[in-house]
Design a protein around this ligand. Structure first.
Ligand code: PLP
Length: 413
């Protein structure tokens, strides 16, 4: 049985608009997925009927706000199959989740300890660990990639040492769409006695994130990449680890008792949530998770992969288009360049045709350096895109190539 996506665009009125006089073709879903009406409604209800601070009030609005926020936490725990909602920390997004974890690691790292990431990371899973190592004297190491744009797994295994404290790896590359063998990575790291964090920002629509099945110790993702609001996200952590880790930030809401002599902290997850949380946003994030669940992540992934395959097929047929990276297992995004054109020019010419794509370094400069590039054009369909929109992208590129060639030869097209 498969899910019927024919009416799905009704849930996304933003897609109905014209851009530059053309029907919008939104193919930048790896940056931010559009928000379904259901999520907006959940947030509107919260704002209209419960808007009040959580956890500390004993009046009606505060209690019902608290209940909704904790329901959202429960829903997100269910969404990623955490053992309990105490393992779900609300953050402002994957970047904050990863920074928070890195900050919590500061006191536990010693000179010569090692943190292992990969060259394929988004800067958000690279710079926090690099800076942590600079501050603590720990050694920062990055697993290289092969020419196809896959992780060099032999190098990965060789780089695990008795000093490797943590391996932090992206599940899916935001530049190449490479789906990394995370089960194997977790197994090897655990056999080595190292903890594992998965950056799942690009993976949430690719496969169900089941933290128990994957056996990862930490996982990070962002709300706006799954139809939730910007400024929301989750850091998942195994409870026994969260209990041991020190908090990364201090202030109201995360304490048990404060005296002149010192402070004791609340139990996880509140120990990591300082100040008033993004209550409405987190409720919206849970609504987004429920929305995706109603379709079934596996069907969403199946449709997005079919759209991506069509893009690979059509773009591969254009001689001037050079696809970047040829991983065996690709999901979510396709990067390419057009010969003799800068990626910014391609993206802005596509925008004139109403087609939204991403261009530039995609916050993955170490990977681009490894591939000898300074940027790419990136296309990332979501399940609400259509095959006709992928055709429009290919036709748009053909037109851009024709017009550019014509201009170079002094002709008008
Ligand atoms: N990790 C990956 C793989 C990403 O693609 C992104 C965003 O594009 C991030 C982390 C950071 O996400 P955010 O900007 O929502 O914090």
């Amino acid at each position: 049985m498969s899910t019927d996506f024919s009416a799905v665009r009704e849930d996304f009125p933003i897609l109905r608009q014209k851009v530059n006089g053309k029907s919008l073709v939104y193919l930048d879903n790896a940056a931010t997925m559009q928000m379904p009406l259901r999520v907006m409604e959940a947030m509107e209800t919260q704002q209209l009927s419960r808007h009040a601070n959580v956890h500390r009030g004993i009046h009606y609005l505060s209690e019902s706000s608290t209940r909704e926020l904790e329901n959202a936490r429960d829903a997100l725990a269910g969404f990623i199959n955490a053992r309990s909602s105490t393992e779900i920390i609300f953050t402002s997004g994957a970047s904050q989740s990863l920074n928070m974890l890195a900050q919590s690691f500061v006191s536990g790292l010693g000179l010569g300890d090692e943190i292992l990431v990969t060259v394929m990371e988004h800067h958000s899973n690279f710079v926090p660990w690099q800076q942590l190592c600079l501050r603590t004297g720990a050694v920062f190491r990055a697993v290289p990639v092969t020419g196809n744009g896959e992780l060099d797994m032999n190098a990965f295994r060789a780089m695990l040492t008795p000093r490797t404290r943590l391996v932090s790896v992206t599940y899916v590359s935001n530049l190449l769409g490479t789906v990394n063998p995370v089960r194997e990575i977790v197994r090897s790291a655990h056999d080595n006695g190292s903890l594992v964090c998965l950056d799942c920002a690009q993976a949430m629509r690719h496969a169900r994130l089941d933290v128990q099945e994957l056996d990862c110790d930490f996982a990070a993702f962002s709300g706006h990449k799954i139809g939730g609001p910007t400024g929301t996200g989750v850091l998942y952590g195994r409870l026994e680890l969260l209990e041991k880790l020190p908090p990364a930030c201090f202030g109201g809401g995360m304490v048990e008792r404060v005296t002149l002599e010192g402070t004791t902290f609340a139990a996880p997850p509140l120990k990591f949530e300082t100040g008033t949380p993004n209550i409405t946003g987190n409720i919206g994030l849970a609504a987004a998770a429920r929305y995706l669940d109603a379709f079934g992540i596996e069907y969403i992934a199946e449709r997005e992969n079919a759209l991506l395959r069509r893009a690979v097929e059509l773009l591969s047929a254009l001689p001037e288009v050079e696809i970047v990276g040829h991983p065996q297992n690709r999901s979510g995004v396709l990067s390419f360049n057009v010969r003799c054109l800068h990626c910014f020019d391609v993206a802005s010419m596509l925008d004139r045709l109403g087609i939204a794509v991403r261009s530039g370094h995609h916050c993955a400069q170490p990977l681009l350096d490894a591939m000898g590039l300074d940027g790419t054009v990136r296309v990332s369909p979501a399940f609400y895109n259509t095959f006709e929109e992928i055709d429009a992208l290919a036709e748009g590129l053909e037109r851009i190539i024709r017009v550019t060639k014509g201009a170079r030869n002094g002709k008008h097209s």
